[in-house]
Design a protein around this ligand. Structure first.
Ligand code: PEP
Length: 252
C-alpha cells in the first residue's frame, strides 16, 4: 500500500495574523509545483480563518494545534471540533508533548478527542514519544505501547488508517538533537506493529511521521526511512524557505 507523505509544520505559539499572512504568501509559490506530498501548517487558533482563506485552492492544508472533545459547553478557553470544521480546518494536532507536559493533557482526554476529530472529518495527528529518561531506562517501547493503546482505544479498526501518528521523542523536540535514522526507524516500525496488533491492514495505511529537530539538512535521510511517512516540523517550519525545503525533500 502506498502512503502519501505528509509534511506538517507546527507553528506552536508563533505568528500573529499579519505575520501568518506574510508567511503563506511566501510559502505558496515555493510548494506550488510539488507533487505526491501532502502539506499542512498547524497554526494558532487566531490564524486559522486567515490561513484557510489564503491557502484555499493550494496544496497547503490548515490544521489546528488542539481541540476539546465536547461540541460545546462551559469550557472556558477551549475550542471544539464543529468550530474548527466550520472554518474548513482539515486536521488537528492532538497530544503534543508540550500540551501533555505543560497543560495536563492526558491519555484519557486523547482517547476522547481522537474519535471526535475523525467524526468531524478532520485528520488527527496524534503525537507520542518518550522522554530522555525513559529512553535511557529502556522504557521507550513500554511508553509507546501504552500511548498507542490508550489514545486510540476508541478508534474502530476501520478508521485507524485515518489517524496520522507522529513519533516525537521528547528529548529531540526543540533541542537540535535529532533521533538517529536507526532510532527513528525502529520506533516507527514498532508503532506500526502496535497498530497492526489492532488491524493489520490499517497498519499498512497508517501514516507515521517523525518529529524532533527536523531541518532541511537532515530531512532527506529521515524521510527516506522505510516506515517514515513524513515529518512534524516545529522550529524549521517557521520560515517559509526552510519549510519548503523539507517539503521538497519529501517529494517522491
Ligand atoms: C514539534 O514541535 O512538534 C517539533 C518537532 O519541534 P522541533 O522541530 O522544533 O523539534
Amino acid at each position: 500500500m502506498t502512503r502519501t507523505p505528509l509534511i506538517a509544520g507546527n507553528w506552536k505559539m508563533y505568528k500573529t495574523e499579519r505575520q501568518a499572512e506574510e508567511y503563506i504568501q511566501a510559502l505558496l509559490p515555493r510548494v506550488s509545483a510539488v507533487n505526491g506530498v501532502d502539506v499542512a501548517i498547524c497554526v494558532p487558533f487566531t490564524d486559522l480563518r486567515a490561513m484557510v482563506d489564503s491557502a484555499r485552492g493550494s496544496r497547503v492544508e490548515v490544521y489546528a494545534q488542539n481541540m476539546h472533545h465536547e461540541p460545546e459547553g462551559p469550557f472556558t478557553g477551549e475550542v471544539s471540533a464543529p468550530m474548527l470544521s466550520e472554518l474548513d480546518v482539515r486536521g488537528v494536532v492532538l497530544g503534543h508533548s508540550e500540551r501533555r507536559a505543560l497543560f495536563g493533557e492526558t491519555d484519557k482526554a486523547l482517547a476522547l478527542k481522537v474519535p471526535v476529530a475523525l467524526a468531524a472529518g478532520m485528520v488527527p495527528i496524534l503525537c507520542v514519544g518518550e522522554t530522555e529518561e525513559e529512553r535511557d531506562g529502556d522504557e521507550t517501547d513500554r511508553k509507546l505501547r501504552q500511548q498507542i493503546r490508550d489514545d486510540l482505544a476508541a478508534v474502530p479498526g476501520e478508521r485507524l488508517a485515518d489517524v496520522v501518528i507522529a513519533y516525537e521523542p521528547i528529548w529531540a523536540i526543540g533541542t537540535g538533537r535529532v533521533a538517529s535514522p536507526e532510532q527513528a526507524q525502529e520506533a516507527i516500525a514498532f508503532i506500526r506493529a502496535l497498530v497492526g496488533d489492532r488491524d493489520s491492514e490499517a497498519a499498512q495505511g497508517t501514516r507515521i511521521l517523525y518529529g524532533g529537530s527536523v531541518k532541511p539538512d537532515n530531512a532527506a535521510e529521515l524521510l527516506a526511512l522505510a516506515d517514515v511517512d513524513g515529518a512534524l516540523v516545529g522550529g524549521a517550519s517557521l520560515q517559509a524557505e526552510s519549510f519548503a525545503q523539507i517539503v521538497a525533500a519529501a517529494t517522491p
